[in-house]
Design a protein around this ligand. Structure first.
Ligand code: THG
Length: 367
């Protein structure tokens, strides 16, 4: 489309040089960094994730570290999920909300120690937020952004690749659990996680000067399984129903509207930010829900920047928040954020560039 002007505001990833060497063709911005979004072969990249193994520069998932005697307290104040049973070495998918119960990030929380946590964040400024809350509540905690950069290894063969590097113990890691280790003197935390439903791991690189070296270790180890470069894959994540904070959410979305209710514990202490609003929303009922949208027709649509209005019986009932050509379903699919009285099976129209496209609502995930 156009180029990107280099600037110190756009911090390079430790894997930037390695992705250039792999032939990266596109980036997006995320947490004031560049994230690769393609390597020129979208179909091959997709099928490699579905059938094989793929390695991704996801250093943009920055860690907000909470450290100090009140770190656990701050973590709980920020997260609308009960953390009291979270063990050292465990991770959890959590919703961060503001005082109105609006979702402001959906990180993975990692408990490194009783007094040290990471929030592995999606695309919003949680560093500011956590510092402000800690200061306002007088907590003894240091909030920082450590030198930590995740590299994802995703796909059905990811476990074989990661086990060949670190040993068979990785096969026993439970979902979102992690262990600190090193490879060739490079400090990493190995976690079973990642933004796909094809299985996989994330290697949290803890020395930003070793990005190319770690990338190449994974690349070499993955050769027997046909590893290649990839990135968080829009098609796969929409087919499998994974949420993109900021893409599928707006300035008033609460967790219940976007299928995150199961990660909200309403009986946590009253001082958790947003919990009182969430109790009220639960009591009064939500206005919107997330459903799948299957657009009629068998030609891929061009992706766009905006949400598209969804109409039902002549009235607007919500928005299509993303849209992608599904290689497995051979249809254009997306998520609808629609009124609570809409239901799977409803026939609707997506209004895109002034053109109404007939579509059907369905349950998520698609696959
Ligand atoms: N890896 C790391 N940090 C991240 C992401 C990541 N931070 C931002 C973003 N991605 C967080 N968002 C998600 C969303 C969904 C999942 C993971 C991260 C996910 N969800 C599963 C699901 O919805 O089915 C399982 C969740 C569960 O049951 O606990 O995996 O990718 N480091």
């Amino acid at each position: 489309m156009f180029g990107i002007t280099a600037s110190s505001r756009l911090r390079p990833s430790p894997f930037y040089e390695a992705t250039l060497a792999e032939g990266v063709t596109a980036f997006t911005t995320y947490n004031h960094m560049l994230m690769p979004t393609g390597f020129g072969q979208p179909q091959a990249e997709y099928w490699r994730l579905i059938n094989g193994v793929s390695q991704w520069d996801v250093a943009v998932e920055r860690q907000v570290q909470l450290q100090g005697p009140d770190a656990a307290k701050l973590a709980q104040i920020l997260c609308t999920r009960d953390l009291s049973q979270c063990a050292v070495g465990q991770g959890k998918y959590v919703a961060l909300c503001n005082h109105d119960g609006v979702l402001i990030n959906d990180p993975i929380l990692l408990k490194l120690d009783d007094d040290r946590y990471w929030l592995s964040i999606a695309d919003s400024n949680i560093w500011f937020w956590a510092r402000a809350i800690a200061a306002e509540r007088g907590l003894r905690v240091t909030v920082s952004e450590p030198d930590v950069s995740p590299l994802a290894v995703q796909g059905p063969q990811a476990e074989n690749v990661v086990a060949s590097i670190f040993g068979d113990w990785v096969r026993g890691l439970k979902y979102f659990w992690f262990r600190n280790t090193e490879i060739a003197g490079i400090p990493v935390a190995v976690a079973r996680s990642g933004w796909s439903k094809q299985g996989g791991f994330e290697l949290y690189l803890m020395d930003g000067s070793k990005g190319t070296q770690l990338w190449n270790i994974v690349r070499e180890a993955g050769k027997p399984w046909g590893i290649g470069p990839g990135n968080p894959n829009a098609c796969e994540r929409i087919e499998t129903g994974l949420l993109s904070y900021g893409g599928d959410t707006d300035g008033s979305t609460n967790p219940f509207e976007v299928r995150m209710g199961k990660y909200v514990d309403l009986d946590i202490p009253d001082d958790v930010i947003g919990i009182q609003a969430l109790r009220r929303i639960r009591r009064e009922g939500v206005q919107r829900q997330q459903l799948g949208v299957l657009i009629d027709g068998d030609q891929p649509l061009e992706p766009g920047f905006h949400w598209h209005a969804i109409h039902h019986r002549g009235a607007k009932v919500g928005d299509l928040t993303n849209c992608v050509w599904s290689y497995r379903l051979q249809r254009n699919i997306g998520f609808g954020l629609v009124a609570i009285d809409c239901a799977a099976g409803d026939r609707v129209e997506v209004h895109r560039h002034g053109q109404p496209l007939p579509a059907s609502l369905c349950a998520l995930p698609f696959l």
